[in-house]
Design a protein around this ligand. Structure first.
Ligand code: SF4
Ligand SMILES: [Zn+2]
Length: 319
């Protein structure tokens, strides 16, 4: 697929947006508990709390996370209240993901005044995982790591890499290079902070085959940079600008078979954990006959981290 000559500006990305969701700041917009395989090989429960807070200040081309954020910063006290709301209604878990649709260490998103109250609420977990942009990894990360460590809680940071494709990454408008990612990773790992990353499968401007190839190259790059696990996300439309790219023939979501390929080949590298995001994965296939079983197989492989036999389908030819 040919790459476009010009970049897409913040303005164009903002102008294409549909409406944002209306949200309460005293409760998270979603929370769930699910099993996950840890770096130690144990399958344990992870409570993920999707916090409502001020929108991320970056304008990545493919991002639709802003839909569940606010325009203004949330008041001090709202984030701990949201955590309480979720934990009071959730089964027990060993790990907590505090995902804020942006960057935890952006003070406009998560007020620093709330850190002690947040730590108080997560002190019973083995680890806490937060999202952050590689360019925002400063002393705050080490300070928060130390506050958690007092209670024996480990800090893990999810750093988005997206892709290492040298022409696509700049066009994603993430305002970082693969080297910025590697630099941040080195600094955080040296400080005893575990890392995971998000990798996009078939971002805009790539064919299906190129999408697979660059997802695998990105996984290898991330493992070389020291991350302990890669979470691969099939790129989706839904934020306005992605639909425009789709109409212009510059973007298409990946096939479910490509998620399967990347998972198998990623696991066969034998370097670290590879997860495939199964959320809303039905959209990556038209076959109602095999979709459910194939997505279940992906979920099973996420847990076992072992390649298992493919599901064969007479209708679509999968397998
Ligand atoms: S840094 Fe993350 S949350 Fe912010 S716009 Fe980019 S993808 Fe979205
Ligand atoms: Zn099928």
């Amino acid at each position: 697929m040919e790459l476009p000559l010009s970049d897409i500006s913040d303005r164009e990305i903002l102008d294409a947006r549909p409406a944002r969701n209306s949200l309460d700041v005293d409760r998270p917009y979603e929370f769930l508990v699910e099993p996950e395989r840890g770096a130690d090989g144990l399958i344990e429960h992870v409570a993920t709390i999707f916090l409502v807070n001020r929108e991320c200040s970056f304008r990545c081309l493919m991002c639709d996370l802003w839909k569940n954020t606010t325009v203004k910063s949330v008041p001090v006290g709202a984030i701990p209240q949201q955590i309480d709301y979720a934990l009071e209604r959730s089964p027990k878990a060993q790990h907590a993901k505090l995902y804020n649709s942006g960057n935890f260490f952006d003070a406009k998103a998560i007020p620093k005044e709330d850190w002690p109250a947040i730590v108080e609420r997560v002190r019973g977990f083995k680890s806490v995982i937060v999202e952050n942009h590689p360019k925002l990894c400063g002393d705050g990360c080490f300070e928060f790591r130390d506050m958690l460590a007092v209670h024996g809680v480990e800090l893990e940071i999810a750093l988005g890499l997206e892709t290492v494709h040298p022409e696509v990454l700049p066009r994603l408008n993430k305002q970082m290079t693969a080297e910025d990612f590697a630099f941040a990773a080195e600094k955080l790992i040296a400080a005893g902070i575990r890392l995971r990353t998000f990798i996009l499968l078939r971002p805009p401007f790539l064919s299906e085959e190129e999408g697979i190839e660059w997802a695998l190259k990105s996984i290898e790059f991330a493992f070389e940079a020291g991350v302990s696990c890669c979470s691969v996300v099939g790129t989706r439309a839904g934020n306005g600008i992605m639909e425009q790219l789709e109409n212009d023939g510059l973007f298409q979501s990946p096939q479910l078979s490509s998620l399967e390929d990347v998972q198998e080949r990623g696991l066969n590298l034998g370097v670290g954990r590879v997860f495939i995001d199964t959320w809303d994965a039905q959209q990556f296939t038209n076959c109602v006959e095999c979709a459910e079983q194939r997505i279940q197989r992906i979920a099973d492989m996420n847990l076992s981290q072992q390649v298992i036999a493919r599901i064969k389908c007479q209708i679509c030819g999968a397998g």
